[in-house]
Design a binder for this molecule. Structure first.
Ligand code: FAD
Length: 402
């Protein structure tokens, strides 16, 4: 018997258009729409045709890094004098939405580079550090990672053990960081460590520094296109000019996470939109009992709930973006949107999987990849429950997690 062959995803036309049930496009500027369309076309051209293959192989498509640089998604909100895009927060959000529509692993790479590497260098760094690193990071000539989590300290990074002591002309760094996006392929790492006085500071560690090594975490079922790993520091002599002078205490690291969580709010929306659109088209074409399955009430209920979910999340993102543009978005507001939108995307992806039946688990469609990816998105940058506890603390004034 001959095996059935599935049409590879790369041979399919990616005709994605985002749903816009509440005419949210009317709230966007011409620049926002231009940015979105440029990144959407990039995803159709560069990510869709290869992503399934890379996910199956659990490999990061390294060739995309300079291309991300060329289309300006690295450091989109960083001022142009440092090589950034000088764009507003809604443009940045739309970029992450489009990229995660393609794949969460790709968006993770962009979020880390923009929000967790370029942002701290720009915000807490010296002028020399900004000039040395930001233009190269923006062009994708250099890739960065962000080391906060440790094997024994995830939700509670304030208890970190990685530390450095001051010597006459360098800092001596020891410890390790686990679950670090881009770690195996990064040229630099923003590393959070405790000094002699127990204060948490940020350091820029460069690949090649003696005693600094990285390794890759294998066998992930989620974010398979993303390279995740460990950072190990054994008596690394870090030049004193590599400390971020304005980063004091855990709050500086958390400020970076706030930027990244903001990108996730939009990114999760992108993943949900892709699942919805794929399911809608599939339901219109798939015939069972002589009728398209889209004509059955139970399928329509799922599609209606998916669109309702997506529309609410779109409004949340847009409003959060305007607050962020005015520098008014609070940590708790961002936590609310991250938690809501990731859970929303998981719900939408799960409905999509059901609508596609057996095809829902096939790599011919992107649904299962999104479902698996969203498991990580729900955990990193603060778990689903930690976001809830941040909100709880805001509501009651009583932090439940400290
Ligand atoms: P734990 O902290 O052990 O939590 C386990 C469970 O306990 C969770 O459900 C949590 O919500 C719950 N819990 C913990 N404390 C409380 C409490 N007080 N009250 C109620 N419930 C609680 N980190 C980085 O620094 N840089 C990166 O680039 C990075 N990339 C990542 C990429 C991937 C693919 C993944 C999976 C993780 C990444 N992380 C990264 C780490 C991530 O941020 C942590 O996994 C996350 O903060 C949770 O930590 P943990 O896994 O140790 O879980």
């Amino acid at each position: 018997m001959q095996a059935t062959t599935l049409t590879p995803l790369r041979n399919k036309v990616d005709s994605f258009e985002s749903p816009d049930f509440y005419c949210i496009d009317d709230l966007l500027t011409a620049e926002h729409k231009l940015v979105r369309s440029a990144v959407r076309n990039f995803v159709k051209r560069e990510i869709t045709p290869i992503v399934e293959e890379y996910a199956q192989r659990a490999e990061f498509p390294m060739q995309l890094v300079p291309k991300f640089g060329q289309i300006g998604v690295f450091g989109a909100t960083i001022p142009t004098e440092y090589g950034g895009g000088g764009l507003d927060q809604i443009s940045y959000g739309l970029m992450t939405q489009e990229i995660e529509r393609g794949d969460s692993g790709m968006r993770s790479c962009v979020s880390v580079q923009s929000s967790l590497v370029m942002y701290p260098i720009y915000t807490f760094g010296t002028e020399e550090q900004r000039k040395k690193y930001l233009p190269r990071l923006a062009k994708g000539e250099m890739l960065g990672c962000f080391g906060l989590t440790e094997a024994n300290h995830g939700s509670d990074p304030g208890s970190m053990e990685t530390n450095f002591i001051e010597r006459s002309d360098y800092y001596l760094l020891n410890g390790s960081k686990l679950w670090i996006t881009n770690a195996p392929i990064a040229d630099i790492a923003i590393v959070w460590a405790r000094n002699d006085q127990g204060k948490i500071r940020g350091l820029i560690i460069e690949r090649g520094m003696e005693g600094f090594s990285t390794s890759e975490i294998k066998n992930k079922w989620s974010l398979r296109t993303s390279s995740t790993g460990e950072l190990v520091f054994q008596d690394v002599q870090v030049p004193k000019e590599n400390i971020l002078p304005e980063a004091y205490g855990l709050k500086s690291a958390l400020k970076c996470l706030e930027q990244a969580r903001y990108g996730i709010c939009w990114g999760a929306l992108g993943a949900a939109m892709e699942c919805y659109e794929v399911a809608r088209r599939y339901a219109l074409e798939r015939i069972q009992f002589n009728r398209p399955i889209a004509s059955y009430q139970l399928v329509q209920k799922k599609l209606a709930e998916m669109l309702t979910d997506i529309t609410q999340a779109q409004l949340l993102c847009w409003r959060l973006g305007t607050l962020k543009n005015d520098d008014k978005a609070t940590n708790a507001q961002i936590s609310l949107a991250k938690r809501n939108n990731v859970e929303m995307a998981q719900r939408v992806a799960s409905h999509a999987r059901q609508i596609l039946g057996a095809m829902g688990i096939s790599g011919e469609y992107p649904i299962m990849r999104h479902i698996m990816n969203l498991e990580s998105v729900s955990t990193y940058e603060g778990t689903h429950d930690i976001q809830l506890l941040i909100l709880g603390a805001e509501i009651t004034g009583m932090p439940a997690f400290k």
